[in-house]
Write a protein that binds this ligand. Structure first.
Ligand code: CIR
Length: 257
């Protein structure tokens, strides 16, 4: 699938006040902004028209825009994030998405969904059941996706406490290929895919993003980068250190369609 549009939101003044379980220290504000700007440039150079929203100082995690919406080329849906502190981010996103999708679907309480739990792989959507996405929310989302003609499969990741979201350990690499962390490698949901395993020491690299023939991935994971280049992919590495400190991966910094 090719991407035409993306929405991003730079980290705000209170970025360091967001949720995190990583014990990597506080993010450095200027460096986070620099890394975000580099990310936006990479998207643009992949041919995507990027809408940059205003910083949201009341919501420190609002730079992780991926969690508040699910966007397909046809329709879009606003989620109801699993973390109560993030629910207000949905209203902030609504007007930006409505410019492209006048009618938005929405996850209803008691359902919760974080977009980080939702991985599209060529018309097949995997939905992680996690500490953030509950069965009710995943069920609503699966129904909505099916109504649009997509396939949807639920994958329970509760047993994998190291994974905040499904996409912390899974990415679509185009065609029939997935990048999968060792912890998820034996999951039957992707038995029909060719799974490229990400070494345990490089887990963080699994959250990569194929944008119009370029694979954007975090810098600092030489084994996975070499593997991807060996597969014939064009790879662009981006510094993600400051977002990693807040449990954020590369995909969570944008909504794309
Ligand atoms: C959170 O815990 O919600 C944020 N600090 C990080 C969210 C990362 N989102 C993502 O990977 N999709």
């Amino acid at each position: 699938m090719s991407f035409i549009h993306a929405i991003v939101r730079p980290p705000g003044k209170n970025f360091a006040g967001g949720l995190t379980s990583a014990q990597l220290g506080a993010p450095e504000a200027d460096l986070a902004k620099q890394q975000h700007a580099d990310y936006v440039r990479a998207l643009a150079e992949c041919g995507v028209a990027v809408t940059v929203l205003a910083e949201a100082d009341d919501f420190p995690d609002a730079t992780f825009v991926e969690d508040v919406a699910i966007v397909t080329p046809k329709r879009a849906l606003l989620t109801r994030p699993g973390a109560a502190s993030r629910r207000g981010e949905v209203d902030l996103m609504r007007p930006a998405l409505q410019k492209h999708f006048p009618t938005l679907a929405e996850i209803q309480a008691p359902g919760t969904v974080d977009g980080g739990d939702v991985c599209e792989a060529g018309g097949h959507w995997f939905i992680g059941l996690s500490a953030r996405t509950n069965e009710d929310g995943a069920g609503q989302l699966a129904q909505w996706l099916k109504s649009l003609g997509f396939r949807a499969t639920l994958v329970d990741i509760h047993a994998h406490s190291g994974l905040l979201h499904l996409k912390s350990g899974l990415a679509w690499l185009g065609g029939n290929k997935l990048a999968v962390v060792e912890a998820l490698a034996k999951e039957p949901a992707w038995r029909d895919y060719e799974c490229i395993r990400v070494a345990e020491s490089e887990d963080y690299a699994a959250n990569c993003l194929l944008i119009n023939e370029t694979l954007l991935m975090a810098r600092g994971f030489p084994q996975f980068a070499a593997e991807m280049r060996g597969q014939g992919m064009r790879v662009r590495e981006l510094d993600m250190s400051e977002f990693r400190k807040m449990d954020g991966g590369l995909s969570c910094l944008s909504l794309r369609w």
